[in-house]
Design a protein around this ligand. Structure first.
Ligand code: MF3
Ligand code: CO
Ligand code: CO
Length: 268
């Protein structure tokens, strides 16, 4: 399969899926408090998707080649967990934790994928700074999107911002094309050279979802087969949006009222 170009009708369906994804993240925010378990957050999100939105939680039973089926409806990655943290009744959030909640909904056959960081109680100074720089990294990548440039502009912008702030970029996981499929071509690297990769065209849709570590970039996967952690146990944060390439630049499909505003370098 090559990179699919979405028609105007398909883009409208992706806008709907994207809006619902953002709505789940808005909904869950007030529940992310000390004492809540990640399994409780999973159930709240699952029930909203299935009972209210009539959408499907894409992670549930998702089984890419070489993986056992993912057992939950969302991903909850805490502190040194990089991504794909599996919700559990044994994981209770405590004051000072930083947690990424990653939501992917399927609506009418189309996917929306977005994640945000949440601070549990009062975050430490490092957690706050890493969260902020990672948010800027995502937006540096988004701002580089327009037709005619190589996809590599995204990763180059992200890597530059992360490393100039003393942080490292996870290499083993990347953003991805998205549409009827959860993970489509192309792979969206969060590092690399601006003149590499396919040329962007209007109608392409993909995610940008940098995972940035406070320490070294190396990761490993836990025995559950899913949860990814930093090898050195340093803090890791991630933000994710689903993006459409337009005639003049980009459109973010997973925005909502509650998501933090873009950094000043975007809004002027
Ligand atoms: N939502 C993740 C992404 O951004 C993928 C999660 S796959 C799962 O690509 F199976 F772990 F849910
Ligand atoms: Co994604
Ligand atoms: Co995601």
């Amino acid at each position: 399969m090559s990179i699919t170009i979405k028609t105007p009708e398909e883009i409208e369906k992706m806008r709907i899926a994207g809006r619902l994804t953002a709505e789940v993240l808005d909904y869950i925010k007030p529940f992310v408090k000390p004492g809540v378990t990640t399994e409780e957050l999973d159930k709240l999100c699952h029930d909203l998707m299935v009972n209210v939105q009539n959408s499907i939680p894409a992670p549930l039973n998702y089984a890419p080649p070489g993986h056992k089926p993912y057992p939950k409806s969302i991903c909850t990655s805490i502190n040194h967990q990089v991504c794909h943290g599996v919700p559990s009744k044994d994981k209770k959030l405590k004051n000072g934790d930083v947690v990424n909640l990653d939501i992917t909904v399927i609506k009418d056959g189309w996917h929306g994928d977005s994640s945000r960081m949440f601070h549990v109680g009062e975050p430490g100074i490092l957690a706050r700074r890493l969260t902020e720089i990672t948010y800027e990294c995502m937006w540096k990548g988004i701002a580089a999107v327009r037709p005619g440039v190589h996809l590599g502009v995204v990763g180059a912008a992200i890597q530059k911002h992360a490393e100039s702030n003393g942080y490292s970029v996870v290499r083993e996981f990347c953003g991805h094309g998205i549409g009827r499929g959860f993970h489509e071509e192309p792979q969206v690297l969060h590092y690399g050279k601006a003149d590499e990769g396919p040329t962007l065209e209007p109608g392409m849709t993909f995610t940008i979802e940098p995972m940035i570590n406070a320490g070294r970039r190396d990761i490993r996967v836990l025995g559950d087969g899913w949860t990814v952690v930093t090898k050195d146990h340093s803090l890791s944060t991630q933000w994710e949006h689903t993006i459409l390439v337009t005639e003049i630049g980009y459109e973010v499909l997973t925005l909502s009222a509650e998501c933090p505003p873009p950094p000043a370098f975007i809004t002027g």
